[in-house]
Ligand binder design. Structure first.
Ligand code: AMP
Ligand code: MG
Length: 698
């Protein structure tokens, strides 16, 4: 199945309705990327979650929902109570017996009955928040006896966690469980076959319920609350940070977290992975995994699409989050979704210069007295316009009280303090409703978005002065080859000018990253090694050209092989020899062929989307167009081909020579023609796929 792509975290409550105003100790839910939501009681929460699951199923999403209470009790309890060891049978057992309404519930009574049946009225449950005594339920540890373990295996490792047997007192989770598991049981039945409960069931369904414990990242939560100026509610911050962290870890790390063995007691997701969880909540990017460049074994020539899909799945952002003022945000990548702070328009206003009044008017002539004064943009009228009267209004002015409709000044005759005009005119005509464009709280820009000038207008209009971006990706460029000299120098016999470095630095700049010139190196392993060592500390990714094949003089390749993480990518592409992809001290290296044509094509096809993922933006597929060929061409099956091409009179022309050393063709071209992996026979007029350089951001 596809990985989880939606994450909703819920901070539960065992108590009663908490009222309409957001407050602590209620239920809070947060979907990664969206603001936290206040849910005043369990009935609201159940409705909310059911709607969210419905939407996920309809959209074909994979949704993970986390709850901050245990999904199971210590070993033996479910079996003794229900006759079955299956914790999910216990969920149904509780659902059949718990009575719940926003005003009252029977959790203490039920716990007393369980104690009486299983433990002679002395345990396992204890704690009573009610003033009346409950038979069989000790208020504290006096006379308390429990034949089950006090804690689950996972809780013995979770410092500061509470026992599920404790039903009252600050932080006690026992009541949340008794009141939460029945809701989960109902959702599970309602969406039968669509929800898997972790870790009891395999995660092969669209929705997963998991157990979370926000205190695993307590220091991050404390820091966030201390830094925020809006005095946030802790429950809201907790779910927001856990959702954000799990979304950021979706992929191999989340996979490791989910891989636990806890068949009946359940487990806390992320236990033992606190560091990764905390870093992700702080938005510190995790390291790339060592096998991120490993292509499927046994394939001789990997098809282009397979190689691309691999890069897309194995890479993730490596740049750190960095808030910047709007005037520095152009071209940056958003680390988090941006939420409108204010509606646009913030208040109802007039879209034209004219006269405002209340209500629409029917067919025929009308006239109205004018009140003194006017409303203009930024200079509101602060009185009330009486019913039947009108007021002068200018474009952009907030509608005064008593005005909801505006007539154009061109349609009005104005005489001695009155206006006359012809109807009909609809109520609301020529006005803009508050929030008709954007409502405060809407997500206006998604994470991964590269900020455009229009985005700056949208962010500014909706009240944002800063944006949560990522630091730009620094990409180092190295050329290798004993034959290379610096452009402009005097070339001796056998020497050529380094053409790749200026080209690659230019491509990287156009992709929106920060190009870092790391120079030109001889074919000498010690020198290349030293430069890679230094580069890995200085930049986020390295692009080399030359020496990437597997021959004697292919020193980049030999060196990367030493580092242990080299992958030779034999890709079925023309032009292009093997690519050498590796992590050098954790920094990804793209070893391109030395041939300038192959170096540029491989950069556009492979390095460009990979770098954009590393930079935090989305995987980007260049948008091509099918246009008639101005050429004929026969192609054998086996390799996808990219030819230098340009568009003239609506037809695609090819560069006269396919020679891979012909740099002039790269410069002549205005794009590439992409010929499919299979055989092709193209006659003039046949459609071919043209990828203009602009589709690659050039
Ligand atoms: P290599 O991949 O090192 O075997 O190089 C393949 C071809 O590309 C050889 O003809 C090299 O001379 C040429 N080449 C390598 N690097 C560059 C460069 N930076 N600029 C121009 N040509 C290069
Ligand atoms: Mg070479």
């Amino acid at each position: 199945m596809t990985p989880f792509n939606r994450f909703v975290m819920v901070d539960w409550s065992g108590g009663n309705d908490t009222g309409p105003r957001p407050r602590k100790d209620a239920i809070w839910a947060c979907e990664a990327g969206l603001p936290p939501q206040y849910l005043r009681n369990r009935a609201c929460a159940e409705t909310h979650l059911a709607a969210r699951i419905d939407a996920a199923l309809a959209a074909g999403e994979r949704l993970m929902i986390g709850f901050d209470f245990p999904f199971g009790y210590p070993q033996g309890f479910a079996r003794d109570l229900t006759g079955q060891a299956d914790p999910l049978a216990l969920w149904d057992w509780l659902d059949a017996r718990i009575e719940d309404s926003p005003q009252a519930n029977n959790r203490f009574d039920l716990a007393g009955r369980i104690n009486t049946d299983l433990g002679g009225g002395q345990g396992p449950f204890w704690g009573n928040a009610l003033s009346r005594d409950i038979a069989g339920l000790p208020r504290g540890k006096v006379g308390y006896k429990n034949r089950f373990a006090d804690r689950r295996a996972c809780e013995t490792r979770a410092k500061g966690s509470f026992t599920c047997w404790q039903l009252s007192g600050a932080g006690a989770v026992g009541s949340q469980m008794l009141m939460g598991l029945p809701v989960l049981a109902r959702l599970r039945r309602r969406f039968a076959g669509q929800i898997a409960v972790w870790p009891f069931e395999p995660l092969d369904r669209p929705v997963a319920f998991v157990e979370i414990w926000p205190s695993l990242i307590a220091p991050v939560i404390a820091d966030e609350i201390a830094q925020r100026l809006d005095d946030p509610i802790k429950d809201a911050v907790q779910v927001e940070l856990v959702a954000r962290a799990l979304a950021a870890l979706s992929g191999p790390i989340l996979g490791q977290m989910l891989d636990v063995d806890a068949p009946v007691e359940g487990w806390i997701l992320g236990l033992g992975h606190e560091r990764a969880l905390a870093d992700a909540a702080r938005l510190v990017p995790p390291p790339l995994s060592n096998d991120c460049f490993a292509l499927p074994a046994g394939v001789d020539w990997t098809p282009v699409d397979v190689a691309l899909a691999h890069l897309r799945d194995a890479l993730h952002p490596v740049t750190a989050p960095e808030d910047v003022p709007l005037d520095q945000a152009l071209g940056r990548v958003l680390a988090q979704p941006v939420v409108a702070q204010r509606s646009n328009p913030p208040q109802p206003n007039t879209a034209v210069d004219g006269y405002g009044f209340a209500g629409g008017v029917g067919e025929g002539p009308h006239d109205r007295p004018l009140v003194d004064g006017r409303a203009a943009a930024g200079v509101p009228f602060d009185g009330v316009v009486p019913s039947g009267a009108a007021i002068r209004v200018l474009t952009g002015a907030a509608l005064p009280e008593g005005v909801d409709t505006v007539i154009l000044q061109e349609d009005v005759t104005r005489t001695q303090g009155r206006i006359a005009f012809h109807g009909p005119l609809k109520q609301g005509a020529n006005t803009r409703r508050a929030g008709e464009d954007v409502t405060a709280g809407d997500v206006i820009l998604p994470a991964g978005r590269v900020i455009t000038p229009a985005d700056l207008a949208l962010a500014a209009a909706t009240g944002l002065g800063h944006l949560p971006t990522r630091a730009p990706l620094r990409v180092g460029v190295i050329s290798t080859g004993d034959e290379l000299i610096e452009p402009g120098q005097t070339a001796g016999p056998g020497q050529i000018f380094d053409a790749n470095r200026p080209m690659l630095l230019g491509l990287i700049a156009r992709f929106g990253h920060v190009p870092v010139d790391l120079g030109r190196l001889p074919d000498d392993r010690a020198v290349i090694r030293a430069r890679l060592d230094a580069a890995a500390r200085q930049v986020d990714a390295i692009v080399t050209s030359g020496g990437a094949s597997a021959g004697d003089e292919d020193h980049v390749s030999a060196l990367l092989a030493e580092s242990g993480a080299l992958q030779h990518w034999r890709i079925a592409i023309k032009p292009g020899r093997p690519l050498a992809l590796a992590l050098w001290n954790g920094t990804p290296v793209f070893g391109l062929p030395g041939n300038p044509v192959a170096a540029m094509v491989c950069t556009l096809i492979f390095a460009r989307p990979a770098l954009s993922v590393l930079a935090g933006s989305d995987w980007d597929v260049p948008q091509g167009m099918d246009l008639p060929a101005a050429f004929s061409k026969r192609k054998k099956p086996g390799r996808r081909e990219y030819l230098r091409a340009r568009l003239r009179d609506g037809r695609v022309e090819l560069f006269a020579s396919e020679g891979s050393g012909r740099i002039s063709g790269l410069s002549w071209a205005e794009g590439l023609v992409e010929l499919p992996d299979g055989a092709a026979e193209i006659a003039p007029g046949d459609p071919v796929r043209f990828l203009p350089y602009s589709a690659f951001g050039l």
